[in-house]
Ligand binder design. Sequence first.
Ligand code: ADP
Ligand code: MG
Length: 665
Amino acid sequence: MDAGPRAQLRRRDMAAAASGAGRCRLSKVGAGRRPPPARVRVAVRLRPFVDGTTEANDAPCVRGLDSCSLEIANWRNHQETLKYQFDAFYGERSSQQDIYAGSVQPILRHLLEGQNASVLAYGPTGAGKTHTMLGSPEQPGVIPRALMDLLQLTREEGAEGRPWSLSVTMSYLEIYQEKVLDLLDPASGDLVIREDCRGNILIPGLMQKPITSFADFERHFLPASRNRTVGATRLNQRSSRSHAVLLVKVDQRERFAPFRQREGKLYLIDLAGSEDNRRTGNKGLRLKESGAINTSLFVLGKVVDALNQGLPRVPYRDSKLTRLLQDSLGGSAHSILIANIAPERRFYLDTVTALNFAARSKEVINRPFTNESLQPHVLAPVKLSQRELLGPSEAKRARGSREEELGSSESPATPTSASQKLSPLQKLSSMDPAMLERLLSLDRLLGSQGSQGTPLLSTPRRERMVLMKTVEEKDLEIERLKMKQKELEAKVLAQEAADPKEKENCSPAMLRPLARRTVTVAKPLKKAVVMPLQLIQEQAASPNAEIHILKKRGRKRKLESLDASEQPEEKAEDCWELQISPELLAHGRQKILDLLNEGSARDLRSLQRIGQKKAQLIVGWRELHGPFSQVEDLERVEGLSGKQVESFLKANILGLAAGHRCGPP
Ligand code: ADP
Ligand code: MG
């Protein structure tokens, strides 16, 4: 039975409900309350008979009842049928446009509100998942239709004169045998899935292509899809054994103050076939593939059950697919599951399984929220000054009091919008520190004069106390350090004046802190102890080099030279000390910084001590926090220790500096 006018009516209702809910949701989020729930919507699509079979020679085992329900024969009792009800049912004669307009189009607008959305096609192989998602040139499916509309929407919303500028990027990946493979960059290997501090799921190192038109989209998508199809013929229907995930991100930046930014993600997923592979008698690679697929889909079932039963642990991490879908099931997305089923009798058991899974999924509750924060150029001073102003314990205290003030209605597991999290303390600390200091002293002055008016700074009292105390402490510390520096400089100058020859014998332990703290005028050359053989050879070959090799005067070498007859130069092979001009070092650092900010994960892997994992971590951090302002920022990348960063710099700075000296190859 086909979905008729009632279906259209129902779909219109759904669309209206979805858009109404969206408006309400935003305003509630703005008021700082817990985002309202949005149940996962489930639609079932029954495809027509294909491959020459017809209703006449193979009676269908399933049929639609109305625009929301269907029935299927009960194999236990032939007199009975099993009835199912869903948000929408699309019959054999429903068109691609019916499915798109009824179930997918209404959620697209949420992306422009900075919320996430996902569409999953589920069902056994051959039931029409790819037809629904991708379709054909004559009957385009959900993916091309959604992209076309989304790009049109973003063009309109982001037009000159509108408050937000919009950009769209796409990524396309495949999960095959529990490996995450980038279809836009097949050479990149298995990628890791991570979660940021706000509970967003991301894949560092995943290729993101900017798209401004549908032609752009096709230019990237079609070759990547062909990659997958080639795999299908070679690897025995690989395409039905992998999950294909198209990720479209809509990034919005406010053109005027307060310069907010929003990101909405749309996942369009063609899941692997849900058929029970134990019944198909697969062997070898097929069996291995089946195992992996069954793991993913089995865990997907467990996740749905855990969410329905309200279990404390939801096993998202047990498979790559569910980890990726963490946002979409019981997470922050508006989700639609389209269960595809086939009418033929041979599909009967898989159809029952798919319908049962779909029925369980419609109980899952999501809580979509607006993913909003301040743009990096506004946020950068926030991070800096907050870190500068507050020590860890004070920051913790301030955070504690902030949370107290916001109230505890928010469940800890529920991510909140970044704008919600911006407390007056953060707004205050986003100011220029000098300006902040002046305001604080003015505030103190007013306080001491017993002013009864509104406080100059609308900061809660406890946070203001913490801030003022910290600023005072930092001032004192800076003064102390300045004095100490002056003392040390005076000491060094006095020593040099007393005996210039002793300059070289000066204890390095005493010189080093000075050299590090000040860009010293007295000592123009910075020392780095390294032993790169090629550099030494290059140095020997080019007399005008900016790197100078000195003999090492370390104790270790003296101990080695026990034999008095041996000349020191003969032993010095492993003990070179290089002096490099500060400009050269600065150039090396700049080159590293450029690479960190502009290089792809593959470019980063060309650096010493950066493997694939670290490259992905770095790219992921950059995607999240914006460009690195100095190479030391690497320490802020989760998973990189200070020691690792230090050894990374040592290993690379000279090489890149030397590259500069030698000029491009
Ligand atoms: P799956 O991706 O679930 O394995 P496909 O989308 O490849 O299934 O569909 C299997 C076959 O059925 C294809 O030839 C496809 O064109 C056809 N098909 C699927 N759904 C429909 C539909 N609604 N109308 C017409 N043909 C369909
Ligand atoms: Mg398919």
